[in-house]
Design a protein around this ligand. Structure first.
Ligand SMILES: Nc1ncnc2c1ncn2[C@@H]1O[C@H](COP(=O)(O)OP(=O)(O)OP(=O)(O)O)[C@@H](O)[C@H]1O
Ligand SMILES: [Mg+2]
Length: 267
């Protein structure tokens, strides 16, 4: 069935995410260990954790791009990795690196998905694309090519492209990485505003404390592939778990730097 083109975007019901006993390994490297999460419909849920802890792998599992080694991921009650789920639940993933097509203009990047899936006439697609560009303050950028954009504009184009899909579930991988503080704040406002306007369930993977603490309804900490805490931002203002406290407020010790400790791990 074709997704309906709605005058008011995203008005249909949003969806929740259930991750049950999820494990994922690549060869002998176990990246996710028995992960359990319940993300509620309409929620902004942030997943924080150090580099390499498995955040992007978890997001790919929620997007259904990869299958679990064991356990289960459901979106809107359907198995995420089941190919038929993509016809039932509209989800969009904003990739860590943006993943725009360099040979296509911004406009054509945004129009690609609705054209491929014949989501409307060319005029309807134009309305849809222009609305997404306007929401992200990119009104004049449609004719530009990705190589002509700054990093912050590319991030906004990547989000605009996701919006064109009128998602019920929007997944962001590091939306504020490589952005200056003002642009990070702008992106944070955009994510919160989109949820207000559309009630889209938003899962945000990020290192950015300001982003997570200002917009998350709830957040989870993923450390070495294990969930070490789930709660509201207020629950982590003074975290009880030492690994979470060290992650959020690392002490810079110039007399005994970390990299030197790593050089002599057994001393
Ligand atoms: N396709 C793959 N094949 C093999 N190993 C993989 C694959 N994808 C991820 N990994 C491994 O999984 C681990 C977690 O990677 P992941 O990309 O999820 O980290 P991350 O938490 O997103 O880190 P960052 O904050 O740096 O983006 C890494 O050790 C990585 O090498
Ligand atoms: Mg990542």
């Amino acid at each position: 069935m074709k997704a309906a083109f709605t005058a008011t975007p995203f008005a249909e019901k949003t969806v929740g995410v259930t991750v049950s006993h999820l494990s994922r390994q690549y060869g002998r490297n176990v990246v996710l260990h028995d992960v359990n999460l319940e993300i509620r419909p309409g929620e902004i849920f942030c997943i924080m954790g150090p580099s390499g802890s498995g955040k992007s792998v978890l997001l790919k599992q929620i997007a259904g791009l990869e299958s679990p080694t064991s356990g289960e991921v459901k979106i809107g009650g359907f198995i995420a990795a089941d190919p038929e789920t993509r016809a039932r639940v509209r989800l969009a993933l904003v990739f860590q690196a943006g993943a725009l097509f360099n040979s296509l203009s911004v406009y054509d990047n945004l129009a690609l998905y609705p054209r491929e899936h014949q989501l409307g006439s060319e005029a309807e697609i134009r309305t849809r694309v222009e609305r997404a560009l306007a929401i992200l303050s990119l009104g004049g950028a449609g004719r530009k090519f990705p190589s002509e954009l700054s990093g912050g504009m590319k991030k906004r184009v990547a989000i605009a492209r996701a919006l064109v899909m009128e998602p019920q579930l929007l997944l962001y991988d590091e939306p504020t990485s490589e952005l200056d503080p003002v642009m990070s704040a702008t992106l944070t406002e955009i994510i919160a505003t989109l949820r207000e306007q559309t009630a889209v369930t938003s899962v945000v993977v990020t290192h950015d404390r300001d982003l997570a603490f200002s917009i998350a309804d709830r957040m989870a900490f993923l450390m070495e592939g294990r969930i070490r805490g789930i709660g509201r931002p207020g629950d982590f203002k003074t975290p009880a778990e030492p690994v979470i406290a060290n992650f959020l407020n690392p002490v810079i010790d110039l007399k005994n730097p970390r990299f030197k400790q790593l050089e002599h791990p057994h001393e």
